[in-house]
Structures are given as C-alpha cells and as structure tokens.
Design a protein around this ligand. Structure first.
Ligand SMILES: NC(=O)c1ccc[n+]([C@@H]2O[C@H](COP(=O)([O-])OP(=O)(O)OC[C@H]3O[C@@H](n4cnc5c(N)ncnc54)[C@H](O)[C@@H]3O)[C@@H](O)[C@H]2O)c1
Length: 353
C-alpha cells in the first residue's frame, strides 16, 4: 500500500493507493480520528460491486454506516440531485461530525463532493474514485460541482477531502471503453511531467497500468495542484488537449466520452505545436502513436473546423478574445501559449493524417 500526501493551503490529506484499500477505508478513517455516522454515496452500477466491502469495513471500525444511492450518469450531475442528497442526509440524521464517502466515478465524486461541501456548511469528505479517470484526475485537487442546463461544471466549490482511497482492484468491473477513456488523462499526465511513464506506456503495448504506474500518474496531478491549489496559474497545464476536447464534446452534445475527446485533443495540440515550430523532434509522432495504440481516436470528429473554433470561444476558460492553448514542447515539458492564431488552429483541424 502506498501513501501519497497532498498538501493544500488549509492542511494536507493522504491518498491511500493499493489493492484492498477499499475494505481498509474504515480503519484508516478511524486512525484519522473520525467516528460516528458515515453516508456512503454511490450509484447502483458501482454500488452493486463495491459498496459491501466498504460498508463492512466501516462497521467493523465502529462507524454507523449507511448507503445512499443516486442515479448514474452525467445527466444527473445537477442541483436537483444535490437537493435530493440534502434530503437523504437529513433523513439519515447526519450531523457536523458525520462523514460523506463518495464511491464512484468522476460524476459521483463531483456531485457528492459538492453536497458534502455545502450541507451544514461542509462535512468531512472521503473520495473513493472507481474509474481510471477519477483515480488519476477528478478525485485529487479539491474541485467539486455540478452542471447547469447552460453548461458543464458551472456551479461548484473547492472541497479538500479527508482522504482519497484508490483501490486498483475495483477497475476489474470497469467497462473497457471507460478504462480507455481514463488512459487519455494518463497519457496527458505523461506528456505534462512524466516522460518515463510515457515511454513505458509506449513499450507496454496497451497493457493495463500497474499500481505503481497509476501512482505516478496521480503524482503528476498532485504536484500540479499543490503548486496552484486555486487554479490561478500553473494548474492550467492540466488542460493540455482540453481546449480542443471541450469543443468536440460540446458539438457532440456531450455524447462523447471526455477521455476520448482528450485523446484526440492531445493529438491536435501536438500537431498545433509542431506547426508552430514549438516542439522538439518526434514529439508529435510519439503522442499520436500512443493515443492510437491505446485505442483512442486520433482524427478530430467531422464537425466543420469553423464550428470547432467557435465552440472553443464558449469555453469558460477563455480569456478575452484570445484562446489559451497548452502545448507540448517535448514529452514531459508543456507550456501555456496565448494569442494562437485562428488560421493555425483551422489548419490543424483540416489536416488529414
Ligand atoms: N473534479 C475534477 O477535478 C474533475 C476532473 C476531471 C473530470 N471531472 C468530471 O468527471 C466526470 C467524468 O467522470 P468519469 O469519466 O469517471 O465518468 P462517470 O463517473 O460517468 O463513470 C463512467 C461510468 O462507469 C461507471 N463506473 C464507475 N466505476 C465503475 C466500476 N469500478 N465498475 C463498473 N462501473 C463503474 C459509472 O457508474 C458510469 O456509468 C465528468 O463529469 C467530469 O466533469 C471532474
């Protein structure tokens, strides 16, 4: 079992990572001095496989633990679901000493995390991510929130967890397509700050990640959010590939997996960097080949390039009239570039591989 410590402005928290970590959550929480009631928030898809060992471990450690279900799917990442959670928290008689445990993918963690951040002005939260994407990305960094009809993630709060529990064994039940989507973010982390991990993935021929590789990918996110906990600067590098990805997802009415859009977005960012003469040697070819080897799409979806450009301007991360791009200079070295010209972006989108 590995422990990674994450520091933030108000303190620090551990990430426990290893097979069997799920069942040990109760014992770990007790060690942190927590006691009383725990509400395990999950959905039926995840709960049917993984709620029982968690609840058993919590009970054994002396907690009064109960399970709360919310429906599965991004369409339920809403204020309505949060309001339902408040009702269920009242019904479960949670008080200020109770703990909310979010067991699920990024959608579940964001929604339950936001409810935990706001109910009774904030209850202690444990994140137990169960998708690859939420393990390496969503569960670390303290961002929680829900969507509005006008756009994704428009309401939210920073809520640092008491701890994060990553049990790679839970990935055994994750559908293959979801695993692949998570690999989009793992490759992204390799390009940002883990060139050795990137090289291992190239040589791995599509093999599943080891717990140690998973930990290194999490480590990239940890390092970046520690440097910039409130997203004022360096944290923007985590958006590598995302300016393209968000535009693709929006035009596809979010009927596209985020990680798949990120995979294609990484390839587009690499091609843009090559076009602008910003990146070294075979960086673009290596990123393209690894995304393809992972089974993620490398060609931008067939929307008109002008529409993709326009969709980039509705992104909440825009700055005035320029679009910010994070671009790779080498594997393990990315930088922020403002004022990228429209004609270069359109050229990349129209280029056929
Ligand atoms: N807070 C952040 O910093 C942050 C960062 C990145 C993404 N996100 C958010 O994360 C969400 C996407 O998360 P996601 O990709 O994990 O998707 P998801 O939460 O929708 O999970 C995908 C599917 O897999 C199921 N599932 C989860 N774990 C499983 C398991 N172990 N076995 C079987 N099925 C399982 C889920 O119930 C769901 O049906 C988006 O809403 C995005 O905005 C948040």
């Amino acid at each position: 079992m590995q422990t990674i410590t994450v520091t933030h402005p108000a303190g620090s928290y551990p990430i426990f990572l290893g097979d069997g970590a799920l069942a040990q959550t109760g014992a770990r929480l007790a060690e942190l001095g927590r006691r009383g009631r725990c509400a395990v928030v999950t959905n039926p898809t995840v709960g049917q496989h993984h709620a029982e060992p968690l609840l058993a471990g919590l009970t054994e450690a002396g907690f009064e633990a109960g399970r709360i279900n919310i429906p599965d799917g991004e369409q339920h990442k809403t204020l309505d679901t949060v309001a339902d959670l408040y009702d269920l928290f009242v019904e479960a008689k949670l008080d200020r000493h109770s703990t909310i445990i979010a067991l699920g993918g990024g959608v579940l963690g964001d929604t339950a995390g936001f409810a935990a951040a706001t109910f009774l002005r904030g209850l202690p939260l444990v994140q137990i991510p169960t998708t690859l994407l939420s393990m390496v990305d969503a569960s670390v960094g303290g961002k929680t929130g829900v969507d509005l009809p006008q756009g994704k993630n428009l309401v939210g709060a920073f809520k640092q967890p008491e701890m994060v529990v990553i049990d790679p064994a839970v990935l055994a039940t994750l559908p293959e397509a979801e695993y692949r989507a998570g690999m989009g973010e793992v490759i992204k982390h390799g390009v940002i700050d883990a060139p050795d991990l990137f090289a291992e993935l190239e040589q791995g021929g599509g093999q599943k990640l080891s717990a140690e590789q998973l930990a290194r990918s999490v480590g990239v996110k940890v390092k970046v959010v520690q440097e910039d906990p409130f997203e004022h600067g360096r944290r923007a590098v985590l958006n590598l590939g995302h300016t393209f990805a968000h535009a693709f997802e929006r035009l596809a009415n979010f009927q596209m997996r985020h990680g798949e859009a990120v995979g294609t977005g990484l390839v587009c960012a690499a091609r843009l960097a090559a076009r602008l003469g910003l990146c070294a040697g075979d960086t673009t070819e290596r990123i393209t080949a690894l995304v393809a080897q992972t089974g993620l799409p490398i060609e931008p979806p067939g929307f008109p390039a002008e529409d993709i450009w326009a969709a980039m301007f509705t992104d909440k991360k825009r700055q005035g009239n320029t679009i910010r791009f994070i671009l790779p200079r080498a594997i393990g070295d990315v930088a922020i570039f403002d004022n990228i010209r429209k004609e270069d972006v359109l050229a990349v989108l129209k280029e056929k591989l």
